[in-house]
Design a binder for this molecule. Structure first.
Ligand SMILES: [Zn+2]
Length: 775
């Protein structure tokens, strides 16, 4: 398959290595050359020189002298330039570097030229020629993330080549806490040849200027912020906002705000006024971002739901999957035509995401850039694989209309498990490139410890990078050269960074990837890492092998930074795989089982209590106690559950008598999953007022004949379930172990719900369930 792809590949890379001559930069830690730069005040050139000086100094100890062109010097020169006069010395390079941010390195008359047609091209040339000639790698953003060998005698041997990136848009958006990790992440992007980062959507700003990055105005999800804000428009024009269930929605009603009433002509006029202001505020910028908000709240007003007449005479009605996408792009086309008339070369940048991910039933204006964000894709397979057929149908639909498609993916939103996403990204890049689409950026985790107990900031960014730095490196390289071999580049990275531990770590990644490929299934950007460890490591019996490899690697003399990384990985694997041997033994009783709110009397006395609950998706023990006891007799399984809280807290439940199987969000509940005969999974959810949701294999039509008793008191609620074995499909008490999983939903604290999971299991992922033994 790859061979076919490669044969139709149009290589845009021209790396030639004709008779390269050596160029000596330092000797004995002293400089042998001077740096000469263009006589300009371009910020990105200042950064380039600072970075070149910094890394030469770190590697060799030598401080390079810098002067502007025209100065006198007798030393050999490194000439950094993007000006036509210099480029004219290399007319072939000048032609090839037109309209891209590639660069050329040429040695001529004792001058080493690093040139591009833009300051960014020169900057790329400095970083990439440093790597090519000294082996330096900016492996990860956090302090200590750069790897190189000290060398007082730097000699550049690759002094005659040109390199042009296949992708014109190469970037990442660092996600996580708003702190120094964002700054460090952006530096990492720049040093690895990227040209798009967090601040790229924020208009002309210091960061984009400093690094010569792509610069657009308007930002991310922005309908209610940059354009139609609630503060300015809601009171006078509530009809600018979507009509949902008969009411014009206020964006502030929800964390993820609202959409707008796209068909409203007055709103469109106001939108253009706001856009014009944005254009005025950002002279020199030609691309303006218009992005739907992060929700599905499509307006239900008569204008927005009126049938849409298409060019071919047919009509599109609400209910057609393309309806709201078409409504949106009709609106966007109007705005795009306005931008075209207002700004020379003006473009609109717009997310194809949620209801706008699918192409509309109309053609879009040629100045709209589609930023394709397939958030629900399966990360285990490339976009053109049948497993991703829905996303791919949309993507192909777009690529048939326009080459102006940016793949905005989630490769970098890794969790604390080494998902080999580099291979997938490379396949996706090749696929896009075949259509002539060569733009990409992804969200990526910060490199640092968690700063919260929830959300993206709650992930352990340090550990994520411990595992995924090799994949991220491959993805950076693939944006320059999508034809590369992902495994080869990944292994080269490991050799350079891991030193003597490389053989073991190459095997470590190979083993995990093998099982990753052996097990079918779905992987989403927000996978639970614990589930991944169980599914791909514990259940595949490779945890011991992985730990042995780490032991072997750690027995060697290693760079302390690598030693720390490997130890972190080792600890993590131990803790992720240890909790899997979870089980509960339910004792068999002879007498009558009676409800006791503390389960401290009668037949409950000898039962083993388990209170091992964790905040879901984390390793943090629950801050409120939940104690469960399970016992049985010949006929029934009995569960005693005590949910404690702070005295004075009120439990939240649906009104008593709410109809069975009606799911009410944000209320206190206890949930039990237990397997019955033929491995069927039975689900029981009970709230403090006795409301029930139950199902068998996900089918809520199943209504079990079980008994429950519960009691609410100040600061605690107790529940007893009596489940006949016959309801689980058995004729007598089962001999085999069942699967067991329990969750407590806690909503007594207003606006801040918590879910606690027994032994770190995960609902709907049976691999993470524990075992229930009956004796
Ligand atoms: Zn509307």
């Amino acid at each position: 398959m790859y061979k076919i792809i490669l044969s139709v590949f149009l290589l845009v890379i021209f790396v030639s290595a004709s008779e390269a001559k050596d160029f000596r930069i330092t000797a004995n830690g002293k400089p042998l050359v001077e740096v000469v730069i263009d006589d300009t005040n371009v910020e990105a050139m200042k950064t380039t020189v600072t970075e070149l000086k910094r890394w030469i100094k770190e590697i060799s100890g030598a401080s390079l002298k810098v002067s502007k062109v025209g100065g006198e010097t007798n030393s050999p020169i490194i000439r950094l330039s993007f000006l036509p006069d210099t480029l004219d010395l290399f007319p072939k390079d000048r032609e090839k570097l037109k309209n891209n941010d590639g660069y050329a390195v040429r040695l001529k008359d004792n001058v080493l030229y690093i040139i591009g047609t833009s300051p960014k091209g020169v900057m790329n040339g400095v970083f990439r020629s440093l790597t090519a000639n000294t082996g330096i790698i900016w492996a990860r953003p956090a302090k200590g993330g750069t790897f190189f060998k000290k060398n007082p005698d730097i000699v550049f041997t690759k002094t005659d080549y040109i390199e042009i990136p296949a992708f014109s848009w190469r970037g990442w958006m660092i996600t996580g806490p708003i702190d120094n990790t964002i700054v460090e992440g952006c530096e990492w992007i720049v040093r690895n040849g990227g040209n798009w980062l967090n601040q790229s959507g924020g208009g002309g700003n210091r960061v984009t200027e400093k690094y010569g990055m792509i610069s657009q105005a308007g930002g991310g999800h922005n309908l209610n912020t940059t354009y139609i804000s609630e503060k300015k428009y809601y009171d006078s024009n509530p009809d600018f906002f979507p009509l949902i269930k008969g009411k014009r929605m206020r964006p502030s009603e929800k964390i993820l705000r609202s959409q707008i009433c796209f068909a409203n002509k007055k709103m469109q006029a106001a939108f253009i006024v706001e856009l014009d202001r944005l254009i005025e505020r950002n002279p020199g910028i030609r691309t303006f971002c218009i992005n739907i908000e992060d929700n599905f709240d499509c307006c239900e007003c008569p204008k927005c739901t009126a049938p849409i007449k298409l060019a071919d005479g047919t009509t599109l009605k609400v209910g057609d999957k393309r309806f709201y996408s078409t409504l949106y792009y009709l609106f966007l086309n109007k705005i795009a035509r306005h931008v075209k008339s207002k700004v020379k070369g003006g473009q609109i940048n717009s997310l194809a995401y949620f209801f706008t991910e699918m192409p509309p039933a109309i053609r879009i204006e040629d100045n709209i850039i589609i930023v394709f964000a397939p958030i629900q894709r399966n990360m285990k397979f490339p976009l053109n694989h049948p497993e991703n057929k829905v996303n791919n149908k949309y993507l192909e639909g777009w690529l048939k209309q326009t080459r102006n498609v940016v793949l905005r993916d989630y490769y970098g939103l890794q969790v604390e498990f080494p998902r080999p996403v580099d291979v997938i990204a490379v396949a996706d890049f090749r696929y896009m490139y075949k259509f002539g689409a060569n733009q990409h950026y992804s969200e990526i985790s910060f490199d640092g410890p968690p700063t919260s107990d929830r959300g993206l900031a709650g992930r352990n960014g340090t550990l994520i990078w411990d595992y995924s730095a090799p994949f991220f490196y491959v993805i950076n390289e693939a944006m320059w050269h999508p034809e590369l071999d992902a495994h080869e580049v990944r292994n080269n990275f490991i050799r350079k960074v891991y030193g003597d531990a490389a053989p073991e770590m190459i095997e470590f990644y190979r083993l995990i990837e093998q099982e990753w490929n052996n097990v079918k299934g779905v992987s989403l950007y927000n996978d639970d890492p614990h589930c991944l460890w169980i599914r791909y490591v514990v259940n595949r019996n490779i945890s011991d092998k992985l730990l042995q490899l780490l032991d072997k690697a750690l027995a060697k003399k290693l760079d302390p930074r690598i030693e720390k990384t490997l130890k972190d990985i080792q600890d993590n694997i131990k803790s992720e795989t240890a909790v899997c041997a979870i089980s509960y033994k339910a004792i068999k009783v002879k007498g009558k089982v009676v409800f006791d709110e503390d389960f401290q009397s009668g037949e409950w006395l000898n039962a083993m209590p388990t209170d091992d609950f964790y905040l879901i998706r984390t390793k943090n023990p629950a801050d409120l106690n939940t104690t469960v006891k399970i016992i049985c007799d010949d006929k029934n399984l009995y569960l005693g559950v005590k949910c404690s809280d702070v005295p004075g807290k009120t439990f939240v439940s649906a009104p008593a008598g709410t109809s069975r199987d009606k799911w009410i969000s944000n209320t206190d509940k206890f949930e039990l999953f237990v397997s019955g005969k033929d491995s069927k999974i039975y689900q029981f959810i009970i709230d403090p007022d006795g409301n029930i949701y139950d199902s068998c294999n996900g089918d809520a039509k199943w209504n079990g004949k079980f008994k429950m008793q519960q009691k609410k008191q100040n600061g605690k609620w107790s529940l007893m379930l009596t489940i006949p074995f016959s309801e689980l499909g058995y004729s007598t008490m089962p001999q085999d172990a069942s699967n067991l999983m329990m969750l407590r939903y806690c909503y007594s604290e207003k606006g801040r719900g918590k879910i606690f999971a027994w032994k770190r299991g995960f609902p709907n992922v049976p691999e993470t369930y524990g075992k229930l033994f009956i004796k």
